[in-house]
Write a new protein. Structure first.
Length: 191
């Protein structure tokens, strides 16, 4: 199970980024080994229904893009958040292209992918799928990263480029919504 950002040591990442920026291919390879799992986790969190081949394709596109733009990334201490943002944007771009081919609006496609992914990954539990379907996408993303991928709140914050308090708030709202959903006597939920 993943721990918060794999407990990367900031000085180690900073040194690797500086060396990679100076053309050290081995340093870039070490960055890939160290941060690659976080990049793939960011993609899986965004689109949980994707198979590993789709995730790996987008991860490779992300690393190629990062290599091309490495000299533009000035905040060396924020490399992991920077590359995970690239990964999420690449995933959205790819999903948008796929959605346009099918004629389905992106927001509907994202929602269906999230619900289907939750259904597959959570033992095909229909009640959980219905409950997750009612949550905003940003809450589902946090729930999946924490409970499926094993990240901590601070790890999710770094991965998504938001504050830990925002992660905690989204998680609390999701828990409250899910608790209310499962504790309700709503006949619609039972059908």
């Amino acid at each position: 199970m993943l721990t918060a950002m794999r407990n990367h040591k900031a000085p180690e990442v900073l040194d690797l980024v500086v060396r990679a920026r100076d053309g050290d291919r081995a340093a870039f390879g070490d960055l890939y080994s160290l941060i690659g799992p976080s990049v793939r986790a960011a993609i899986r969190a965004k689109f949980p229904a994707w198979d590993s081949a789709d995730v790996e394709d987008v991860a490779q596109e992300t690393w190629l893009n990062a290599l091309e733009k490495l000299d533009t990334q000035r905040k060396t201490g924020g490399f992991e958040g920077w590359i995970c943002s690239i990964a999420r944007n690449k995933a959205i771009d790819r999903h948008r292209k796929e959605g346009l081919r099918t004629g389905t609006p992106l927001s509907d496609v994202e929602l269906v992918a999230t619900v289907r992914g939750a259904l597959d990954r959570l033992a095909e539990n229909e009640a959980v799928t219905q409950a997750l379907d009612r949550l905003p996408r940003n809450q589902v993303e946090v729930v999946m990263l924490i409970f499926k991928e094993g990240f901590t709140c601070s790890g999710v914050a770094a991965l998504l480029g938001i504050s830990p308090s925002t992660v905690s708030c989204r998680l609390r709202c999701a828990r409250d919504s899910l608790r209310g959903y499962f504790n309700s006597e709503d006949p619609e939920r039972e059908s």
